[in-house]
Design a protein around this ligand. Structure first.
Ligand code: PMP
Length: 353
């Protein structure tokens, strides 16, 4: 704590990402993709002229946004790109959620939302998940003054996803403020809400190249919404750094978006591995929450989450364990390669004997 810090920074509890180990481990703790990015990415990187680095990037990220718009069937004016979706979420808090009324949010969700709420002085109105560990969209869209609504679909760290119809029903109820749907994990079996953008000018969808496109190291994210929402994000963005993303990220992002076959093959492989892992965990007596993401949340009735986490860590397998009351018995396990999941399952089999 320092006297020089502003009150917002004094009360801030920063987000702590999963450990990045120095030694060789099986890393299933931060929901990265186990497969490499599209082959076009390495080619583009090899051909990238160093001379490009001398120049500032395109301040409109036109080429990347055009490719994104074509891939999602929206107009360029409905797209925005940033340095990872975390950065875009921060812009959204500043642009849309500082109205002095509470922001409706699920009680269990992505832990960056409370960090930004703290930083920007936004009060959160937290709604418990229902008995099936699903985000309660009715509660989230209840009456009363609000600054907006934010939720992840699929939710993190539970993995449950709502249908497009359910999200549309929420949008019909919340019309006065922004509804932000964080689709970081949407490509692993859920439906994107991008198709609703034309009909709901208050809908903002965010997404990332970190998961389904295997580019977490690059820091590239996007948002899609009505031009007036994109304009709001742009105003905040320009106050920090008028260059949306660097030229290397643009180039790589375009290559990743162009290769639909690679994208589909990777995500289908992750989905198949997820379902196989779920079945085998259930055979070992684990409860596994249904997931449409590239991770699963699971607990064993007879073994504590912290104990299993430590046992796996000893065997150089990293998963995520949350120290919150509701989730303390659970492990969140990212879906790795089939070999990695076999090693995980073998280790759990030993630990649960
Ligand atoms: N939203 C959710 C729900 C996430 O889990 C993550 C990844 N931790 C992000 C957004 C941020 O992803 P990135 O900044 O890598 O785009």
């Amino acid at each position: 704590m320092s006297q020089y810090w502003s009150p917002a920074v004094q009360r801030l509890t920063p987000y702590v990402p999963g450990e990045q180990p120095q030694e060789r481990v099986i890393k299933l703790n931060t929901n990265e993709n186990p497969y490499p990015p599209a082959p076009g990415v390495s080619e583009a990187l090899r051909e990238y002229a160093v001379d490009h680095l001398r120049l500032y990037p395109d301040p409109t990220s036109r080429a990347l946004r055009e490719t994104l718009a074509a891939a999602y069937d929206v107009s360029v004016a409905e797209t925005f790109v940033g340095n990872g979706s975390d950065e875009i979420l921060a812009f959204a808090f500043q642009a849309f959620f500082c109205h002095g009324a509470p922001l409706d949010v699920p009680a269990i969700t992505y832990s960056f939302y409370p960090v930004y709420a703290n930083l920007y002085g936004v009060e959160l109105r937290k709604h418990p998940l229902n008995a099936q560990w699903e985000v309660d969209l009715d509660a989230l869209s209840g009456t009363g003054e609000r600054s907006g609504v934010i939720f992840a679909n699929p939710n993190a760290p539970t993995g449950h996803a709502h249908s497009l119809d359910a999200i549309e029903a929420l949008l019909q109820r919340v019309t006065d403020r922004v509804v932000l749907v964080d689709e970081a994990y949407v490509d692993f079996g859920a439906e994107t809400a991008v198709a609703l953008i034309g009909r709901y000018p208050n809908l903002l969808v965010t997404g990332t190249f970190s998961k389904s496109r295997s580019l977490a190291g690059l820091r590239l994210g996007y948002a899609m919404g009505s031009p007036e929402l994109i304009d709001g994000l742009q105003r905040v963005k320009d106050s920090f750094n008028s260059y949306p993303v660097d030229s290397l990220a643009s180039l790589v992002g375009i290559e990743a978006l162009k290769d639909k076959d690679h994208f589909d093959a990777c995500r289908e492989h992750v989905i198949t591995t997820r379902e196989r892992t779920r079945q085998r965990l259930e055979t070992l007596g684990f409860e596994v929450l249904p997931s449409k993401a590239n991770f699963i949340l699971t607990q064993h009735p007879d073994y504590e989450g912290a104990q299993l986490f430590a046992g796996l860590r000893e065997r150089s397998i990293l998963v995520r364990h949350f120290n919150t009351t509701e989730l303390s018995n659970f492990l969140r396990i990212s879906i790795g390669t089939d070999d990695e999941m076999d090693s995980l399952l073998e280790a759990l089999e030993t630990l649960c004997r």
